[in-house]
Design a protein around this ligand. Sequence first.
Ligand code: SAM
Ligand code: SF4
Length: 365
Amino acid sequence: MKTFDDILEQSRFDRDDLKRLLDSRGAEAEKLRQRALAVKLGTLDNHVHLRGLVELSNICRKDCLYCGLRRSNTKVVRYTVSDEEVMGCARLALELGYGSMAIQCGERSDRAFTERITRLVREIKRLSDNSIGITLSCGEQSEEVYREWFEAGAHRYLLRIESSDKSLYEKIHPQDDVHDFERRLACIDSLLKTGYQTGTGVMVGLPFQTLDHLVHDLLFFQEKDVAMVGLGPFLPHPDTPLWAYREQIPSDEERMRLTLNMIATLRLMMPEINMVAATATQTLDPQGREKAVEAGANVIMPNLTPQQYREEYLIYPDKACVGDKPEQCRGCLDLRMKSIGHEILYNAWGDSVAFTKRSARQGSA
Ligand code: SAM
Ligand code: SF4
C-alpha cells in the first residue's frame, strides 16, 4: 500500500493517486502544496506573469445556469467597452509594463462582433508595435473565426470546458442546441489545431460534482496536452438557477481547499504549463491568489476594465478588486507577490513553457 509521501514522489499518477491527492487535508494538503511549489520553482522559477484583463462586454447569447451574465438575467445592465476605451486599456498596459492583455466577454457569434475582435487585436498589436501578447476568451466560435483572430495576432485562447464530464456539463447548462458539450470539446480541438496556446479549465465545488469528476478533469487537461489552465471555485450567484443548490455545495473553506489541491496536483502532473491564480480564489479568501500561487499557479489577471463597467461584469457576487484603480492594483500585486517570494515579470509575454517546448520539438521533428 503506497503512502501519501510515496505518491508525492511520483511523476505519473493513476486515478486512485489523484483522488488521494485531491482529498488531502491538514498536514497532507500542506505537503502536497509544498511539493507543487518546489516543482514549480524548479521548472518555472519564482516568476509570475500578468495579463491585463479587459472585460469587453457582458452581452451574451448563452444561458449557463451558474453565470450572472446569462442572457435570462434581466437585472444586468448590458454594456460594451468602446474601441477608444479598449485602446486606452492597451496604452495603460504599456505604461504599467504588463506584457500581455486578455480580452474576455460574453459570447456572441455575429459577424459585427467577430470582425470587431479582429480589428481590436490588430490595433493593439499596431499600437504596441507587437510588444503586447494577446489572450482571447470570447467563447465558442467557428474554426474560421478562431483562425481569423489568430492571424490578426491573438496567440493564446482560454475556453474552460467547465466540466469534462458530459453528464455534469449537461446538469449545469440548459438542454438546447446553444449549450452543447460536444461542440465545446470540438472548439478546444479547433483552438489546438489553429496553433493557439490553448487554455481550458473548470469550476471547483459545483453542485453534483464529485472527486471522481475532478480527477476526470485533471486527466482531461493532460490528455489534451493544453498549454494553460484556469480553474477556480464555483461561487453561487443569486440571479441564476444554480443558486437554489447553494446549500448542497461544499463550504467556502472546502471549495478553497479543493481548488488549491487541484492546482497543486495539476502542477505535479504538468510542471511546465501556465496556470492562472483566479480572482475567484480571492473572493473566497483575502489571501486566495497568494495561496494559489504558492500552490503552483504562475499567472495573474489584473483588471484594466474602465471603472464604470466593472459592477456589470459580475459573473459571481462580491468579486474581489472591483473598485481598485489599475495603478493601485499594480503596486498591490507587486507587494503581495514579493511577500511570498515571487517576482512579477514585466514587459514580457510570459508564454507557456510547455507550449514553447512542444512547438520546438514539432519544428525539429
Ligand atoms: N463567455 C466566455 C466563456 O464562457 O467561455 C468567457 C467569459 S465567462 C464569464 C468566463 C468564465 O467564468 C467561465 O468559463 C466560467 O468558468 C466562469 N464563471 C461563470 N460563472 C461563474 C460562477 N458563478 N462562479 C465561478 N466562475 C464562474
Ligand atoms: Fe455567457 Fe460565458 Fe457566462 Fe456562459 S459563462 S453565460 S457563455 S459569459
